[in-house]
Design a protein around this ligand. Structure first.
Ligand code: SAM
Ligand code: SF4
Length: 356
C-alpha cells in the first residue's frame, strides 16, 4: 500500500531542495518527451489523421534538453530519466542527446520508451551512446490486430526492433501492452508466454482516458483484476517479493500452470485507473516544448522553455520547476470516472502530446 497523504503544507519557500510537493512527495523520476510526432496512430492515443505537430522551433533543442537534465540531476535530485514521446526514435539527434546526457551523468539510469520502429538500425548506437534500458510497446502478436490497433501494418518491423534491442544488450527489455476489449484482450496469455520465453518483462497497462477521440469508457477498459484473471488460465501469479519502490507496475512472479514450481518470469500490471498509485508517485514530466506537468492529468502546465531561452541562470529554472511540482495534485481522480463523479476532466492533451 502507498503512503497516506495528509493535508497540504503551506508554500514551497522552506522546501530545502528537490522537487517536493505540498503533500510531501518527492519527484526523482523525470519523464522527458523528445517529440510530439509519431509514425503510428494507436487508437487509444492518437487520432487517425495525426495531430497538429509542434513547429521545430517550439520543441526543446538538444542543448536545452541536456541542460534541463543537468539541472534536474545536479540541483533537484532527479535519479532516473525516461525518454519518451510521441515517438522518440523519430528524433534525428536522439543518439547525440543520449551521449551528451551520459557525458554529464555517468551513473544516471536512462531508459527509452519506443514503439520500436527503426530500432533494429539504431539499437547498437543507442547502447553505445549510453542508454541503459528500453521499453518497447507492442499490443499484439497478430499482424492484422496490430494494424487495427496502431492503424499501421508494421508488426514485423517492431519485432525486428525488439530482437535487436535484446541482442545488443539493452538491459532487461520491457514490453508495454494495452489491452482493448474485444480486440486484443484474448491475447493476454499468449503475449505473456511470448515474453517470458524470451526473457522480457511484459507490462500490461490499463487504458487511460488520454485518447484524442475521447472514446474511453469505464466499461470498455480492461481492469487489472480482469487481466490477472485472464492470465490465470495458463499461469500462476504470485506477488513479486521485491519492494515496489514507487514503480507504477505491480509486479507478479509467473509460473506456468503445467510446471508450478518454476518461476519463468515476471509480469507487471499498471493499474493507473482502478488501483491508482498517486500517493507514492515520484514522477515529474516535461513535454517536448518544455512544459512541466506535475501529473499526467494535471491541467496546469508550467513553461520552462522561455526561461531556458532567456538569460535566466540554472537556479531560476530550478526554482520555477520546484514551484510547478509543489502544486502537484493529490491524485488524478481517474478512479472515479464513469462512477457518477463529475470532477474528473479529461486533459486536452493526448498521451502522445504529454509523453507517456
Ligand atoms: N511512442 C512510444 C511508445 O508507444 O512506446 C512512446 C510514447 S507512448 C505515449 C508511451 C506509452 O503510453 C506506450 O506504452 C503506450 O502504449 C502508452 N499509452 C498511450 N496511450 C495510452 C492510454 N490512453 N492509456 C494507457 N497507456 C497509453
Ligand atoms: Fe505513437 Fe506511442 Fe501513441 Fe502509439 S502509443 S500513437 S506509438 S505515441
Amino acid at each position: 500500500m502507498g503512503i497516506q497523504l495528509g493535508m497540504p503544507q503551506a508554500g514551497p519557500a522552506e522546501t530545502a531542495s528537490g522537487l517536493v510537493d505540498s503533500y510531501g512527495r518527492r519527484a526523482t523520476d523525470m519523464r522527458l518527451s523528445l517529440t510530439d510526432k509519431c509514425n503510428l496512430r494507436c487508437t487509444y492515443c492518437m487520432p487517425a489523421e495525426g495531430l497538429d505537430w509542434l513547429q521545430k522551433d517550439q520543441v526543446l533543442t538538444r542543448g536545452e534538453i541536456v541542460r534541463l537534465v543537468r539541472i534536474g540531476v545536479d540541483l533537484l535530485g532527479i535519479r532516473e530519466l525516461r525518454l519518451t514521446g510521441g515517438e522518440p526514435l523519430v528524433r534525428a539527434d536522439l543518439v547525440e542527446i543520449i551521449a551528451d546526457i551520459r557525458a554529464n551523468h555517468a551513473e544516471l539510469p536512462i531508459s527509452l520508451t519506443t514503439n520500436g520502429l527503426g530500432l533494429d538500425k539504431k539499437a547498437q548506437k543507442l547502447k553505445d551512446a549510453g542508454l541503459t534500458r528500453i521499453n518497447v510497446s507492442m499490443d499484439s502478436l497478430h499482424p492484422d490486430t496490430f494494424a487495427q490497433l496502431t492503424r499501421r501494418p508494421f508488426l514485423d518491423r517492431v519485432l525486428r526492433g525488439i530482437e535487436a534491442a535484446a541482442q545488443v544488450g539493452l538491459g532487461l527489455v520491457k514490453i508495454n501492452a494495452v489491452l482493448m476489449r474485444g480486440i486484443n484482450d484474448h491475447e493476454a496469455p499468449a503475449l505473456l508466454e511470448w515474453a517470458v520465453s524470451r526473457g522480457f518483462e511484459l507490462r500490461f497497462i490499463e487504458q487511460m482516458p488520454l485518447d484524442a477521440d475521447h472514446g474511453w469508457t469505464r466499461e470498455g477498459m480492461i481492469t487489472a483484476a480482469e487481466m490477472r484473471g485472464m492470465l490465470e488460465s495458463d499461469f500462476v501469479l504470485t506477488p513479486d517479493p521485491r519492494t515496489r519502490d514507487g514503480a507504477p507496475a505491480e509486479r507478479w512472479e509467473v509460473r506456468r500452470k503445467s510446471l508450478p514450481d518454476v518461476v519463468v518470469g515476471v509480469v507487471g500490471i499498471i493499474a493507473s485507473v482502478t488501483e491508482p498509485f498517486c500517493a507514492d508517485c515520484r514522477r515529474t514530466r516535461v513535454t517536448a516544448e518544455g512544459k512541466i506537468m506535475s501529473c499526467l492529468f494535471s491541467r496546469e502546465e508550467t513553461d520552462l522553455r522561455d526561461l531556458l531561452r532567456s538569460t535566466a541562470d540554472d537556479d531560476a529554472v530550478a526554482r520555477r520547476w520546484q514551484e510547478a511540482m509543489w502544486a502537484k495534485p493529490k491524485a488524478h481522480g481517474m478512479d472515479h470516472v464513469g462512477l457518477g463523479d463529475a470532477d474528473f476532466v479529461q486533459p486536452d492533451r493526448t498521451m502522445s502530446a504529454i509523453g507517456g
